[in-house]
Design a protein around this ligand. Structure first.
Ligand SMILES: NC(=O)c1ccc[n+]([C@@H]2O[C@H](COP(=O)([O-])OP(=O)(O)OC[C@H]3O[C@@H](n4cnc5c(N)ncnc54)[C@H](OP(=O)(O)O)[C@@H]3O)[C@@H](O)[C@H]2O)c1
Length: 252
C-alpha cells in the first residue's frame, strides 16, 4: 500500500506483529522502542523479507525530552506519516493496590498515558497539516473492566480510551481518524514484564487458554486502517473465546 506507518513498542509482541502486518501489506514502517539491538535486527529482517523501507527510532516514550527531541526529525526523515500505532505500554505488578509500589504505578502512568500523550502531541501536527491520518491506540479490556491487582494499569488503559475519544472530537473538522483497540489476554512477553522477569508465573497466565496471539490483534489493526475514507472504526474489543471480562477466563 506504500503508506508511512509509525509503530511505538515495535520490538516485541503486538507492536512487532503490527509492524510486520503493515510491512507485509507493502507499507513502510518507522519502528520505535528502547532496545536498539532488536530494532536493528527487525529492520534487517523486514527489509529483506518484504522489500519495504524500515526506519528505526530508539525512543523511551515516557521521557518527554526524548520524544520532543526525536519524533519530529524522525518523521521528517521518513517523509511524513499516515498511521500512528500508539502501542508502547506495560503493566508492572499484580499485587493489591495497598501492597503495590508507587514506583510501579508511576512507570505505568508515565509510559501508558504520558508516553502516548507525548508521542501523539508530536505526531498530530503532521496529520493536521495534511488534513488526514489515522491514530490507533492500544487500549485494553483492562480499560473497560477493572480487575483485582490491576487498579493502576486499568486506570491507564481507561485513560487511553478517553484520550482517543477526546482527540477524535477535537479533530472532528479534519479527516483524521482515531481508533482504540481493546484486546483482552494476548500471549506476548507482557506478563513476563508485569512479573518483573518471572517466566514461570507469566506462563501460568496463558496456561489452559487458547489465548489470542499478537498476530490476531495485528490483523485487526491492519483492517481498521484499510477502510474507506468515509468510515472510521472507533473501537474494537478482542478477547479469547474463553474470556468474558477483564480477568474472567475459563481455563481448560
Ligand atoms: N498482552 C496483553 O495481554 C495485552 C492486552 C491488552 C493490551 N495490551 C497492550 O498492548 C501493548 C503491547 O504490549 P505487548 O503485549 O505486546 O507486550 P510486550 O511484548 O512486552 O511489548 C511491549 C512493547 O512496548 C515497548 N515499551 C515499553 N515501555 C516503553 C517505553 N518506556 N518506551 C518505548 N517503548 C516501550 C517495548 O519495547 P522496549 O522494551 O524495546 O522499549 C515493547 O516493544 C501495551 O500497550 C499493552 O498494555 C497487551
Amino acid at each position: 500500500m506504500n503508506r508511512k506507518i509509525f509503530v511505538t513498542g515495535a520490538t516485541s509482541g503486538i507492536g512487532l506483529e503490527c509492524a510486520r502486518a503493515f510491512a507485509q501489506d507493502g507499507d513502510n514502517v518507522l519502528i520505535a522502542g528502547r532496545r536498539a539491538d532488536r530494532l536493528a535486527a527487525i529492520k534487517e529482517d523486514f527489509e529483506q523479507q518484504y522489500g519495504i523501507r524500515v526506519d528505526t527510532l530508539v525512543l523511551d516514550v515516557s521521557k518527554r525530552e526524548d520524544v520532543d527531541a526525536k519524533v519530529k526529525p524522525a518523521i521528517e526523515a521518513f517523509g511524513g506519516i499516515d498511521v500512528l500505532v500508539n502501542n508502547a505500554g506495560l503493566a508492572q505488578g499484580l499485587d493489591p493496590f495497598q501492597d503495590s509500589t508507587v514506583e510501579d504505578a508511576v512507570t505505568m502512568i508515565n509510559t501508558n498515558v504520558l508516553g502516548l500523550l507525548y508521542v501523539t502531541k508530536a505526531v498530530l501536527p503532521f496529520m493536521i497539516d495534511k488534513n488526514e491520518g489515522h491514530i490507533v491506540n492500544m487500549g485494553s479490556t483492562a480499560g473497560i473492566y477493572a480487575y483485582p491487582g490491576g487498579a493502576v494499569y486499568c486506570a491507564t488503559k481507561a485513560a487511553v480510551k478517553m484520550l482517543a475519544d477526546g482527540i477524535r472530537m477535537d479533530t472532528i473538522a479534519t479527516d483524521i481518524k482515531v481508533t482504540t483497540i481493546q484486546p483482552g489476554i494476548v500471549e506476548t512477553p507482557f506478563s513476563e514484564v508485569r512479573f518483573h522477569g518471572d517466566a514461570e508465573r507469566a506462563a501460568s497466565v496463558y496456561a489452559g487458554i487458547d489465548a489470542v496471539q499478537p498476530q490476531d490483534v495485528a490483523d485487526v489493526v491492519l483492517y481498521v486502517t484499510n477502510q474507506p475514507k468515509r468510515m472510521q472504526i472507533t473501537d474494537v474489543t478482542i478477547m479469547a473465546n474463553q474470556q468474558a471480562a477483564g480477568f474472567m477466563v475459563h481455563k481448560k
